[in-house]
Design a binder for this molecule. Structure first.
Ligand SMILES: [Zn+2]
Length: 116
């Protein structure tokens, strides 16, 4: 069996890079919405629970906290999973959710053509 695992077979075009950055923008938008939407969403859920049950249920605190944490970590993992359009490695260094350039090949974010 012929095993060709060369990673240099990728030929990225500017279109692919633009799609990559659009994907990154979408992942960041989701992350920002989760971070800044958590408190308003929790307040709306508290109002809804009060309207439905007459009071905020005792399980609301841990359910809201656990649910919020799960959604936050999910959005964070989704953002961290973004792959660089040029090298295909993870764009962000571990423990960092924002960066202006790829942690591996230093491709600057928004660069039209990923060819070096
Ligand atoms: Zn890269």
């Amino acid at each position: 069996m012929l095993a060709d695992s060369s990673p240099s077979m990728r030929h990225d075009s500017p279109t692919n890079a633009a799609q990559g950055w659009a994907d990154l923008d979408r992942r960041e938008l989701i992350y920002v919405c989760v971070v800044f939407g958590f408190v308003p969403a929790l307040l709306i859920a508290m109002l809804a629970a009060t309207a439905l049950f007459g009071d905020v249920p005792s399980w609301f605190g841990w359910a809201g906290g656990a649910g919020g944490m799960a959604v936050f970590f999910g959005a964070s993992a989704y953002l961290q999973g973004f792959r660089c359009p040029r090298c295909g490695e993870r764009f962000f260094a571990p423990s960092r959710n924002t960066s202006k350039a790829c942690a591996h090949c230093n491709l600057r974010r928004g660069t039209a053509s990923p060819s070096s």
